[in-house]
Design a protein around this ligand. Structure first.
Ligand code: CTP
Length: 231
């Protein structure tokens, strides 16, 4: 597993500081020494959430695939590349967390084999065999035994609420933050986002905002969810 880069945390007069794990960014699935499969995630939403949780006085461990972003100050950071590496890092750290927010755009499939040498072009077509990656969020409850507040994202292009609700139930989450990535100014690689919060018993639409402004609202909502009576 990659090394943990530990940063100094501020001492703030916070009543209930919580430990938050955030996954962010894309994953890179190697094909050969010079190529990989990935997606359009910039990591901006996950990094903005990390910054907003720190701003609210909490402690954050950010597990991120490759991005062009600077790690926010005072955030503990584990860089990863592949879905398998992200899975291993989450498995290692999740038990000591109070809240986990899965904002990463994890590749759903990875090449069945990584060629040891650069794949040379030959025929007119090339067929790749891909195999499923582990569903990291899906493993949080049943695989890793996580009992804290569990928040996932849903990137959708149709049936936003229905698809997000299916993920809420299927992955045993307390909240799914859903966004329609086919809307202009929304989701992947955008500086703004507009989301639908999908809870077990209701929904709440948050208007379009910068990812940092939205992150502050999301932190308030997630911490309130964590502190609800009976938790
Ligand atoms: N996720 C994960 N591990 C995966 C795939 C997804 O942890 N292998 C998490 C994402 O970080 C996100 C949530 O699951 O919080 C939903 O991700 P999304 O890509 O929207 O959905 P999938 O579960 O991959 O399903 P599909 O691609 O079929 O919509």
């Amino acid at each position: 597993m990659p090394a943990l880069v530990t940063c100094q945390r501020p001492i703030e007069p916070h009543t209930r500081r919580v430990h938050v794990l955030i996954t962010a960014g894309p994953t890179r699935e190697p094909l050969d020494p010079v190529r990989f499969l990935t997606n359009r995630s910039s990591g901006k939403m996950g990094y903005a959430l990390a910054q907003a949780f720190i701003h609210a006085g909490h402690s954050v461990l950010l597990i991120s695939g490759p991005t062009a972003l600077d790690v926010p100050e005072r955030v503990d950071f584990i860089p990863v590349e592949t879905a398998a590496e992200m899975h291993a890092a989450v498995a290692h750290c999740l038990a000591r967390m109070d809240i986990a927010v899965f904002a990463a755009a994890v590749a759903d499939y990875t090449p069945a084999r990584v060629a040891p040498h650069k794949i040379k072009k030959a025929g007119a077509t090339l067929t790749l065999e891909l195999v499923r990656t582990p569903d990291i969020l899906g493993a949080a409850r049943s695989g890793f035994g996580f009992s804290g507040t569990l928040v996932g994202f849903a990137a959708e292009t149709e049936h936003l609420e229905a698809n997000a609700r299916a993920k809420l139930v299927g992955k045993h989450c307390d909240l799914i933050i859903a966004n329609d990535v086919s809307t202009a100014g929304c989701g992947f690689d955008s500086d703004t986002n507009e989301v639908l919060l999908v809870y077990p018993d209701h929904n709440e639409a948050l208007p379009a905002a910068s990812k940092l402004a939205l992150a502050h609202r999301l932190v308030t909502a997630i911490v309130a969810l964590h502190e609800r009576p009976g938790n």
